[in-house]
Ligand binder design. Sequence first.
Ligand SMILES: Nc1ncnc2c1ncn2[C@@H]1O[C@H](COP(=O)(O)OP(=O)(O)OP(=O)(O)O)[C@@H](O)[C@H]1O
Length: 269
Amino acid sequence: MIRIQGLAKSFVGQDGRTVEALRDVDLDVGAHEFLTVLGPSGCGKTTLLKAVAGLVPWDDGDILVDGVPVRGPGPDRSVVFQNFALLPWATVLGNVAFGLRMRGVGRAEREERARALIAAVGLAGFESKLPGELSGGMQQRVGIARALAVRPRVLLMDEPFGAVDEQTRRLLQEELLAIWEEHRPTVVFVTHSLEEAVLLGDRVVLMSARPGRIADIVPVDLPRPRPTDVAALGRTGRYAEITGYLWDRLRAMHAEHRPALSRRAGAAS
Ligand SMILES: Nc1ncnc2c1ncn2[C@@H]1O[C@H](COP(=O)(O)OP(=O)(O)OP(=O)(O)O)[C@@H](O)[C@H]1O
């Protein structure tokens, strides 16, 4: 479904220094797979996601979606960011229907589809509210409904639940899993949360510190559909084994990185 081969990307910062964000990234994501991506801050997770979305150019390598090279954004891929990125002047209904309008879907059909999705994310009754009138968790529900409205084959999510409180996060995880079971888009989901990566994913991709590379890919053999109460899954032995393994790997990666950090700190002082 998604094939990433030899992907490399560097940025030149304001100070003129080059930052190597991604080096030689190879990754295949299967059709209908829910892939979660975990790694230290700054390891290039967002860059990887934006490259697949066609929002940033890269220096080397290829990204193919269903065999077609990515050259820019496309209707087959939707993105949900952490900061909601809603249109502040449009209502909930307007935000969710926006992509459909851009694609020339008629008013009656786009409103019907938008209303169904608004209900699916638990926001029925809020159709005519503006984003500024909603809580963070509600805004992110709108973001998810908007991304799904165009029926993308690929859903790219960049820490979508990073800015909401713990309870809301759990509810959103449960809603996302329910929607995913129904529509089965291919999902690439970036998160800082080890627990979230395991609760949601079919596989967890572990990226190494900069330059970002694939350090490990861990299959999550927890049964699907995942229980509607994700917290219950978190109490199972298999869940504890998988998170334990990932935590060991992450800790080892941090330890490898720390000598370099302390050398740099020493040089600076
Ligand atoms: N537009 C940009 N200009 C310059 N450097 C950038 C730009 N975007 C990203 N970078 C750098 O590339 C590296 C990777 O950034 P990226 O945002 O992809 O990491 P990340 O793993 O998503 O980080 P985090 O987990 O903290 O969100 C970082 O060092 C970052 O400073």
